[in-house]
Write a protein that binds this ligand. Structure first.
Ligand SMILES: NC(=O)c1ccc[n+]([C@@H]2O[C@H](COP(=O)([O-])OP(=O)(O)OC[C@H]3O[C@@H](n4cnc5c(N)ncnc54)[C@H](O)[C@@H]3O)[C@@H](O)[C@H]2O)c1
Length: 400
């Protein structure tokens, strides 16, 4: 039996996937409300295919509890934020979970850490608190919005101290994963996960920097990227209003924190990406002036989540913009998001799309949800800032 510890965006789909493929699974989370919701038969976040997977896993006998189980295998998928001051990984959640596992697990059990950690974290923080158990690191690569498909199809990495343990854990993942599963050592597995997200962050930063250069001298960044990408060895990403989520905006900081004298490009890239919400705010200000809009209350941000078609708001560029605005004591911008409607977190949001449009003269497309792509007509007559180059309306559409 596998006890999955931490039933959030990663732990829940992983537990459901294993259970629906015939592995005996008990999911544990210390959040009582979350466990109660799951036990009522409801999922805790929106994700394509998750409800169907949930039903299948329940039929196959998955259980949810707040208690740690005595068993031979654990998968830990608790948060790993970074310390905003030192930039280093904050391993405290993983340490706490492993300590609790140690209280109930038998000798010889295997503890798989799925949480993303910086290279060396397991040696430094986890090894000293364990005894007579096998440690494995199996970082997760799935992307919110396509998690179920990617859980089934992505290649994955398993880092273990011995080939035997690595192969044993590989067989659990192979119960559902159709991608290639590479077995390596723990430190290499730690580093690969962080490097993958750093690669993405640096490349996004390059596109964002190009957008700023092109804006400065009035060049069309999208046309330039399109033409450059016709080169057989060039593949530039698209600029955007900022980077959010729990991976690309967080993990590269681990390398900056651990190797401050070496990770210079990474440091600058992260600062560039973090500066995008301010850059968009400046663009809003310029375009308001150009169009005679003087009241920021008549400007609406479309999209609160950090990416399209998900309800995850962690590190969201829209929230970063609202925060910067608030700190400048400006009257708040309006917001709307079909996926995120919690007024306790974003009080100034409007829940009805038509009402949102009635109350604004300018719409800033922060997130390219499918919802807006099916309703372009409703935006006619508005001033639009399209942060993703997706709006097909010809008139009064500006880019970042
Ligand atoms: N979200 C993603 O897209 C993504 C992708 C790849 C990797 N990761 C990594 O996966 C890990 C988990 O991320 P997430 O997005 O699932 O986080 P999350 O915040 O959605 O979920 C974590 C869950 O763990 C629970 N928890 C925390 N400490 C616990 C403890 N000691 N005992 C029991 N439960 C505990 C929390 O209540 C929460 O429900 C992180 O390291 C993250 O970097 C996330």
């Amino acid at each position: 039996m596998i006890n999955v510890i931490g039933l959030g965006y990663i732990g829940l789909p992983t537990a459901l996937m294993m259970a629906s493929h015939g592995v005996e699974v008990i999911g544990t989370d210390y959040n009582k409300e979350l466990v109660a919701t799951l036990n009522e038969g409801k999922t805790t976040f929106k994700e394509k295919g998750l409800d169907e997977l949930f039903k299948e896993a329940v039929v196959k006998g998955i259980n949810f509890t707040t208690e740690y189980q005595t068993t031979d295998t654990y998968i830990i998928s608790v948060p790993t934020p970074y310390d905003k001051f030192s930039k280093k990984v904050d391993p405290s959640y993983v340490i706490a979970a492993v300590k609790d596992v140690m209280k109930v697990c038998p000798k010889g059990a295997t503890v798989v850490i799925e949480s993303t950690v910086s290279p060396g974290t397991i040696d430094k923080y986890i090894r000293p608190i364990i005894k007579d158990i096998n440690l494995v690191h199996a970082p997760e690569r799935i992307i919110p919005g396509n998690m179920v498909y990617e859980l089934l199809n992505n290649n994955r990495t398993i880092g273990a101290d011995s080939r035997e343990i690595g192969e044993k854990v590989k067989s659990y993942y192979a119960s559902f994963c159709q991608g290639e599963i590479v077995v390596t050592d723990i430190r290499t597995a730690e580093m690969t996960k962080v490097v993958e997200n750093t690669f993405r962050a640096v490349n996004i930063a390059f596109a964002n920097e190009l957008a700023r250069i092109c804006r400065h001298d009035n060049m069309d960044v999208y046309e330039i990227i399109r033409i450059c990408n016709m080169h057989p060895r060039v593949n530039i990403l698209q600029p955007g209003p900022g980077v959010g989520g729990h991976c690309i905006s967080v993990d590269p900081w681990f390398l900056v924190g651990d190797y401050p004298q070496l990770a210079k490009v990474i440091d600058e890239s992260m600062k560039t990406n973090d500066g995008q919400p301010s850059f968009v705010l400046e663009r809003i200000y310029e375009i308001m002036k150009e169009n005679g809009i003087s009241d920021t209350g008549r400007v609406g941000l479309y999209g609160i989540t950090y990416k399209e078609n998900v309800d995850d708001i962690r590190e969201s560029p829209t929230l970063q913009m609202l925060d910067i605005q608030e700190r400048h004591l400006a009257s708040p911008l309006k917001t709307f998001d079909p996926f995120f409607t919690d007024k306790a977190i974003v009080p100034n949001q409007i829940l009805d799309f038509d009402q949102f449009l009635n109350e604004v003269d300018m719409v800033v497309i922060m997130v390219k949800h499918d919802h807006i792509k099916q309703r372009w007509d409703k935006l006619r007559g508005k001033v639009i800032i399209d942060c993703h180059n997706v709006c097909p309306i010809g008139e009064r559409v500006y880019h970042i």
